[in-house]
Design a protein. Structure first.
Lengths: 195, 384
């Protein structure tokens, strides 16, 4: 891992991006013991409107708390993808929810239908954010899967543990499939996203 | 039931850390009105106070909130409110009442961008001069500016301690970024947390003068209900607390209100320096902007610019002497703040023409990126 790793989770209000940011930060900060800063920005609306959460993970104390050039961007809708793609580091990873993001700005984007999966496999659209977290962790290795699961279970409402564990697993499996497909066609550069 | 001091390592937002700091300092009364981005402080206090024998009241507005915490403090309970820009404006009148009646309390302002309703969910540091001069009349106030959730925890405790020691409302001037920032916060054992209690009235209850100053300029305080016959008013008053409508009484009262702060600057003012020893350019910043500045110092040094940072922990009273001393050393000052020049004016005043003062300002909505500071430093060096 580089010294400072910046993640931006973006989409619209109600998609659970801020809680996803908090979970990711807790996984890295509490369970993996890294330095972590988690910030958020959202509009005055309760739902809809642009929403984003940022997580900066580092091996040393963090001064500037926001993402400057994200290493990893999750876009859960088209407008956040369009808005934030150009902030991404040239070597950064873009992961999109292909349920809503139809126009990909780069062929290197990882497109996984998080919301569609949540609807059909879990009958619970709200779990799309947790599926996405599972995928992000598997794709980048930025947090350990064990830490992520512990952080998820610590944050979700009682009685939904099984659902969320399943959601996490769905994301991890989807990422595995993506990585496997990619190494079939290309040069086995599996670490490209993880750096 | 959770204890008042949540000893341990936590991953929490600045707002929650602020509430925990208040509880650790002994705050047992919170009155407030919800407002983004300060609501989480009220929410957390509402959740925690009943469990530690305290009281939470949601008031009808911010005017009443400020009045309620003054009343609680007069009754001997450490009290606090938390708000943001629009609510801060409404609290100004009763803040002055707190100054005039010398009622200890803590007012937290999680700043968002104004004027008016502005950007409710986005950060700014535009209320710094309002914190200094927002209530009418001439007075001194103490304001602290934390740069992280951990510091927000500690400075909320300091705010209570200063407020109790000097019998003055103390402001915690934080901002949306620090308030909503989640970071590691370590809460020590209760025995490691120093708390201060206001000087208390002693002696005969019929002869007590509630506004007769002790050695550091602060008068011992009688608590309502203890049996001291006292009069407390926002009118200009004498040592007995009775209104006196004369220039002499005004001079004596205001001199003491101002003096108890100005004569104790060494005890009150806290700053932090980073690489200032050999600095040719001093960045002056506070709150979240100081974190951008910290990043900029190292980057500037890599580019061959000898920069250092003076981080203001106490914003008011302003560390005039520190700036004056630096003015003899540096080739320029760069003030970094999320407004269009408030502390900048103070820096310029104290630099006294000995070194030019530059501003990296922004009206709010986004944190100032380190690049902008570097750019200003490079231009300053070029024109030197």
């Amino acid at each position: 891992m580089t010294r400072r790793y910046e993640i931006r989770l973006s989409g619209s209000g109600g998609q659970g991006l801020i809680i996803a940011g908090i979970i990711l930060a807790e996984a890295a900060g509490i369970h993996d013991g890294k330095y972590v800063c988690q910030t958020q920005s959202y509009g005055p609306e309760a739902r809809g409107g642009a929403s984003k959460a940022e997580v900066v993970i580092s091996d040393e104390e963090i001064d500037y708390p926001k993402a400057i050039k994200p290493d990893l961007l999750l876009a859960m809708n088209q407008s956040s993808c369009d808005t934030f793609f150009f902030d991404l580091k040239p070597t950064g990873a873009l992961v999109v929810d292909s349920t809503f993001v139809k126009q990909l700005p780069t062929s290197r984007a990882v497109a996984i239908p998080f919301t569609q999966m949540a609807r059909t496999e879990l009958n619970k659209e709200m779990a799309a954010n947790i599926i996405a977290l599972g995928a992000l962790a598997r794709l980048t290795g930025i947090v350990s899967l064990g830490s992520l699961e512990a952080a998820v279970l610590n944050r979700v409402p009682r009685g939904t543990e099984e659902l969320n564990r399943k959601a996490l697993q769905l994301g991890i499996e989807a990422a595995k499939r993506y990585l496997a497909d990619r190494s079939d066609i290309s040069r086995g550069e599996e670490s490209e996203l993880g750096e | 039931m959770k204890p008042a001091v949540l000893t341990g390592e936590h991953f929490i937002t600045g707002d929650v850390a602020c509430a925990e700091g208040a509880l650790a300092a002994g705050c047992r009364f919170f009155a407030g009105y919800p407002i983004t981005p300060a609501t989480e402080i009220a929410e957390h206090m509402a959740h925690r106070l009943p469990g530690v024998g305290g009281t939470y009241i949601q008031m009808e507005d911010e005017i009443a909130s400020m009045a309620a915490i003054l009343g609680a403090s007069c009754a001997g309970v450490k009290s606090m409110t938390a708000t943001s820009g629009p609510g801060f404006s409404l609290m100004m009148e009763n803040l002055g009442l707190g100054v005039c009646t010398e009622t200890p309390c803590v007012l937290v302002n999680v700043q968002r961008a104004g004027p008016s309703t502005g950007l409710p969910t986005l950060a700014a540091q535009g209320d710094v001069m309002q914190a200094r001069w927002g209530s009418h009349g001439h007075y001194e106030i103490i304001a602290l500016a934390p740069a992280s959730p951990q510091e927000l925890f500690y400075l909320t405790i300091s705010a209570f301690n200063l407020s109790e020691r000097y019998r003055v409302p103390v402001l915690v001037l934080t901002d949306e970024i620090v308030g909503h920032l989640s970071e590691r916060v370590v809460i020590p054992e209760p025995s490691a947390i120093k708390t201060v209690e206001r000087p208390r009235a002693k002696g005969r209850k019929d002869r007590f003068k509630p506004f007769q100053a002790g050695p550091n300029g602060v008068a011992p305080m009688a608590i309502a209900g203890e049996g001291y016959g006292i009069h407390v008013t926002g009118l200009t008053h004498d040592e007995r607390g009775y209104p006196v409508m004369s220039a002499e009484a005004q001079v004596s009262m205001v001199d003491r209100l101002v003096g108890k702060i100005r004569n104790n600057l060494k005890d009150i003012i806290q700053t932090e320096s980073y690489r200032l020893e050999d600095a040719e350019y001093a960045i002056v910043s506070y709150g979240v902007s100081a974190r951008s500045s910290l990043a900029a110092v190292d980057e500037a040094r890599d580019l061959g610019i000898k920069a250092g940072l003076l981080r203001l922990i106490t914003v008011w009273p302003f560390p005039e002497e520190t700036i004056r001393a630096l003015a003899d050393q540096v080739k320029g000052f760069v003030t970094v703040e999320m407004n269009l020049g408030q502390i900048h004016l103070e820096v310029e005043r104290c630099a006294g023409g000995k070194a030019p003062a530059y501003l990296v300002g922004h009206p709010g909505g986004t944190v100032i990126p380190p690049e902008r500071i570097i750019e200003t430093l490079m231009n300053a060096k070029k024109s030197a």
